[in-house]
Design a protein around this ligand. Sequence first.
Ligand code: PLP
Length: 403
Amino acid sequence: MDVEKIRGEFPILGREVNGRPLVYLDNTATSQTPAEVVDEIVRLYENTKANVHRGVHSLSQEATDLQEHTRRRVQEFVNAAEPEEIIFTRGTTEAINLVAASYGSRFRDGDEIILTVMEHHANIVPWQLLRRHADIKIRVVEINERGELDMDQYRSLFNGRTVMAAFCHVSNVLGTVNPVKEMTAIAHSHGVPVLIDGAQASPHLRIDVRDLDCDFYVFSSHKMYGPTGVGVLYGRRSLLEEMPPYQGGGEMIKHVTFAHTTYADLPFKFEAGTPDFIDIAAFSKALDFIGRVGLDNIEAHERELLDYTTAKLEEIEGLKIYGTAPHKSAVISFNVGNIHNYDLGMLLDRLGVAVRTGHHCAQPLMQRLGVPGTVRASFAVYNTREEADAFIAALRRALALLS
Ligand code: PLP
């Protein structure tokens, strides 16, 4: 894999921040976008902007074909059985809200949902919102000191009232890769459906929803070198068929009278209104990019950066890394002594290094770790060892200034 050549495909990596070359290590929040995706967005606005599914005219047909092409590309990407099982949303957050609101409309007082302590707020709050109609109980899977889930406790949480298990494939703070196939099998042995939050897995790992046997799998394009405003819900057809619509409006109907409406078939039943069709169409170029580089190459390269940077960080006195599971993705959350994560992040930014600070939308996990927040550095395919060195040097300089 030629990283320099790959870097050349990302115009933003050539810019400076605060007078220094940008070292972008906030890939967990969003990754950068290669020129072929940006060019495609421009090309589509200039050549093919027409609303999808509505018109008989040629432009509308072209726009529709492009959107449906991406649906088939996503279907292949996650190995879903049919394109109808792929629903486009605004992102992971909307996809989870869709499942919680629609599938969750059947939940009743006393029903229990199993989540883990490492969930992003996007996989906590939508389930809590169900309490507007039912007194739902949330049961929480704990972690050990390395940031791995307590699988015995997970098993013990299932009972006759359990109606859903929802957990991340990869933690956005700890980097832990969870044993989601095993977790799904355990849930299914109790007749409980599973939602996997794949926001941090889809840019890095091969995903096979049929092998995982999960019921729902969700992710966002903007973390996968793709455009903003596009997310994916994979859902098992049998469940999607029986679920009520999430939003009402155009595109999702068969026939409307003031007395009664019948709904469109899958996937359109869940895609009310005009979708973000330009960005959806351009998302296929991001999938092409990932396919061309190869997920195995991406994973190996990021693993090398993770090991290299972790070893360098461990040499720094007083530095504590949160999340040390052997099976983790290239995310490093840490604090140094009593220094506030925000101060470190600010100084690193002055030195051209973009990292994330704060609670990373995982406040329950921060409470479990006993910290208000952490500094988080996260890698993508275009990052280099030289950037890891620049990050470590900037961190040492920031620490010298702060001590
Ligand atoms: N779940 C996880 C694990 C995440 O890391 C994120 C974003 O950081 C989300 C959900 C929410 O994704 P989005 O903001 O794209 O909807």
